[in-house]
Design a protein around this ligand. Structure first.
Ligand SMILES: NC(=O)c1ccc[n+]([C@@H]2O[C@H](COP(=O)([O-])OP(=O)(O)OC[C@H]3O[C@@H](n4cnc5c(N)ncnc54)[C@H](OP(=O)(O)O)[C@@H]3O)[C@@H](O)[C@H]2O)c1
Length: 334
């Protein structure tokens, strides 16, 4: 079987396609034939070597495919079941712990840009009814992160106001979940064409964060006193404006570090005089993923896929992602 592997040195030029022996499932395990993955910023950091991984690691944290063989004692799946991966294969339910979040697909354990892999039967969920493999592969990281922020941590209510930042994969899911919950969505984007698409999807106001340095203040005013939920994707590069955009008592989800935002400074009195909550979060559990799948089916939510690449085109797909030209998700199908 074929698998893409990270080389001994970091860098997209060192990604290799290898011929590996096909594994077979032991007790409690299943063999999955993967058919699609999707790109997340985390995968890009692994791909370029900014997150170091052992030589030979199979990248990509999202996978969708079908079960093709069952190990002894597995009764939760059948041969032919359509399944998708978990970002944290060991986080099934409850609060995150070190042990539950130690395995990260495509980083500390092998990911899904491989034709086959063997996994514990519990490290998978079904895919939403009617979804293609490519659509399902957009969900385990980007979809679940947006779901956990707004629904699990944020208890979003009809009439709430939500700010999404940029038009990447996680942010577009947040827009879709917020609209389905009856919330009003505000957005930022550096592209006028993408701003039009965000408005078409229901954003009431889109601010260009490059043209307007004080975009947080602009959103605060547009929302008539700030927004209740902010999904922050830039950390040090966006958090001070995310705080500006928030309403009194608002909730900010610290999710990403786009724009070189690994570190930054904050004006702390803004945090406490606005009585803000800030939740740092990394994806979610299998139970959260199952809840998200039900909600997606009930609300007819369909992922926005910008472009699809082939199995051997990961480096090209990463370059396209890094260009920032995409709107929503980029996938690979195989
Ligand atoms: N904590 C978690 O569990 C988790 C899960 C998923 C993602 N993330 C993080 O969330 C962030 C977004 O991930 P993604 O996979 O959705 O990325 P993505 O699809 O690559 O999104 C990139 C888009 O974000 C916007 N953007 C880029 N730099 C920006 C900046 N400085 N300020 C505001 N927006 C900016 C741009 O939108 P425009 O072109 O419209 O300007 C760009 O097209 C990443 O940092 C990622 O690591 C975290």
């Amino acid at each position: 079987m074929k698998a893409v592997c990270i080389g001994s040195e970091g860098g997209l030029q060192h990604l290799q396609i290898k011929e590996l022996p096909q594994p077979s499932p032991g007790p409690g395990e299943v063999l999955v034939r993967w058919h699609a993955t999707s790109l997340n910023f985390h995968d890009y950091l692994v791909g370029i070597g900014a997150i170091p991984t052992p030589e030979g690691r199979v990248p990509m944290s999202d996978g969708a495919g079908e079960v093709v063989a069952l190990g002894d004692g597995v009764d939760s799946w059948e041969v032919g079941s359509k399944v998708m991966s978990l970002f944290f294969p060991k986080w099934i339910d409850g609060n995150p712990t070190g042990a539950k979040t130690r395995g990260i697909s495509g980083e500390t354990v092998d990911g899904y840009l491989t034709e086959y892999s063997v996994l514990p039967a519990e490290a998978l969920t079904r895919i939403p009814k009617g979804y293609s493999y490519a659509q399902a592969a957009t969900l385990p990281c980007a979809g679940l992160t947006a779901w956990r922020a707004l629904v699990v941590e944020g208890n979003i209510k009809m009439g709430d106001k939500v700010l999404i930042e940029g038009s990447g994969g996680m942010s577009i899911f947040a827009l879709q979940f917020a609209k389905a919950a009856g919330a009003t969505v505000y957005a930022t984007s550096s592209s006028e064409a993408k701003a039009d698409r965000l408005r078409d999807m229901g954003a009431v106001e889109v601010v260009d964060y490059k043209a307007d340095e004080r975009w947080g203040k602009t959103i605060y005013k547009a929302a008539g006193g700030g927004v209740d939920h902010v999904l922050d994707v830039g950390g040090g590069s966006t958090m001070s404006q995310s705080i500006e955009a928030a309403a009194m008592g608002g909730h900010i989800y610290a999710i990403g570090i786009l724009g070189n935002g690994r570190k930054g400074t904050l004006t702390f009195p803004k945090l406490f005089f606005k009585h803000l909550r800030m939740t740092g979060l990394a994806v979610g559990s299998r139970v959260m993923q199952e809840d998200m799948i039900r909600a997606i089916e009930e609300n007819g939510i369909v992922p926005v896929i910008d472009r699809s690449f082939g199995f051997a085109e990961l480096a090209d797909a990463f370059k396209y992602q890094a260009s920032g030209a995409h709107f929503g998700k980029i996938v690979l199908e195989y």
